[in-house]
Design a protein around this ligand. Structure first.
Ligand code: FEO
Length: 409
């Protein structure tokens, strides 16, 4: 059974977190391996004459959601449901809430959100839907709700809600991360430190493809003065930011900018029969000689790391080394897939050295070059070895590493 949290966050206004810790999910979006799990956060605001629900949980946890919600309020009393984003990890329990509510509550979201919600759950769900305009303000029971669209964070439907009197920003996917933190907010630094790498992994896998929109939307919120004023960021996943709400915004900016950690070189390779591995080993020894700290992920006949974990390592790496076998006249399929996602989701101007190996014809260097030339990555060199590495190969690889490290000065 997943753990459920029902936590009072504020007395005035009366605000609650409803969180479920999904430790059953294995592949988020049926793609990203997350053994660390994820949380779905919804919020409930009880005002004098209104009850506002902000998002819900994934459909699989509808029963648990209704149980948790009913401990705070009779669903019939909910007057407004704010739908920040219609992806079913947040909208999945809306149909059941509405059914128990007697369809009296007003749904508030974007017009795009309305269309998606209808497509997912049918027309009855959107009978009482109010589509906001970007920047629109609405008074609910004396509070000013400001709705701001943040398209492509994570879908075109997405918006945030800012309650101006209290500085509360309900941000859904924005400011979220994977894993199940042992706490609800940023008050414990140890919890935050453990959580942040999962925020990086979440950013690159879920919204990395839309990285330009992360920058644009943060800029938009800054211009509106919301980042400066906000007292609390309440995301749809992971920790709530109360002690230092700007910290999560700055963290998102650093990930998108690819700010490197000194000395970290990411090494990714496949090795079917050890030939690529022996070339990579020369590179690793050379890196260590120069005081660098390689972080290594390898695909062999005994192991296959999670692509989501590899992607999470790219933003703070100084440089990358890609090792790949030639496979059926192309790049080894595992490395090809990783490369595709790296270029799509973590497209940074960072130096890359490619090490290839082949039996009867070298192709992999040329193929990887074609992919990287279309990206922001700075391809330093491609070095290919035929079978076992020779003394001459060793020298070429050492020189390649020196060239790579030169780029970091
Ligand atoms: Fe957490 Fe894009 O849904």
């Amino acid at each position: 059974m997943p753990k459920v949290w029902i936590e009072k966050i504020l007395n005035e206004p009366e605000l609650y977190l409803l969180r479920v810790d999904d430790d059953e999910v294995k592949y988020f979006e049926a793609t990203w391996e997350i053994p660390e799990g994820i949380t779905y956060n919804a919020y409930l605001l009880k005002l004098d004459n209104s009850v506002v629900l902000f998002d819900t949980w994934k459909k699989d946890y509808t029963e648990e959601f209704i149980d948790a919600l009913s401990k705070l309020v009779d669903p019939k009393e909910i007057t407004h449901i704010i739908v920040h984003h219609t992806e079913p990890d947040h909208s999945g329990s809306i149909p059941k809430v509405l059914e128990l509510n007697g369809y009296k509550a007003q749904l508030i979201g974007t017009s795009f959100g309305k269309r998606i919600l209808e497509a997912f759950y049918g027309s009855k769900v959107v009978e009482n839907f109010y589509a906001i305009k970007d920047g629109e303000e609405m008074k609910i029971d004396g509070k000013t709700f400001r709705f701001i669209t943040v398209p492509w964070l994570h879908w075109p439907d997405t918006m945030i809600t800012y309650i101006t009197e209290d500085g509360l920003m309900f941000s859904c996917d924005v400011g979220g991360g994977y894993s199940i933190p042992n706490g609800i907010d940023d008050s414990n630094e140890k919890v935050v430190q453990k959580y942040l790498p999962y925020v990086t992994k979440y950013i690159v896998t879920v919204i990395g493809h839309y990285h330009k929109h992360i920058i644009q939307n943060i800029e938009k919120l800054k211009k509106l003065g919301i980042i400066e004023e906000t007292k609390m960021i309440l995301p749809g996943h992971g920790l709530i930011w109360i002690k230092n709400p700007k910290r999560i915004v700055e963290y998102y900016e650093a990930v998108v900018a690819g700010i490197p950690k000194k000395g970290k070189i990411l090494v990714i390779y496949d090795s079917m029969y050890g030939f690529v591995e022996s070339a990579v080993k020369i590179a690793l020894d050379e890196l260590k000689k120069h005081g660098y700290n390689p972080v290594v992920y390898k695909f062999t006949d005994k192991e296959a790391p999670a692509v989501s974990d590899i992607l999470g390592e790219v933003p703070d790496s100084e440089a990358l080394i890609i090792g790949a076998s030639t496979y059926e006249g192309s790049i080894h399929p595992r490395v090809k897939y990783v490369l595709y996602d790296i270029v799509d989701k973590t497209n940074y101007n960072k130096p890359v050295l490619v090490l290839g190996a082949y039996g009867w014809g070298g192709v992999v260097g040329k193929e990887i070059r074609k992919i990287l030339e279309k990206s922001k990555f700075d391809l330093v060199d491609t070095i290919e070895v035929k079978g076992s590495t020779t003394k001459d190969d060793e020298n070429k690889i050492s020189e390649g590493i020196k060239k790579l490290l030169e780029r970091l000065k």
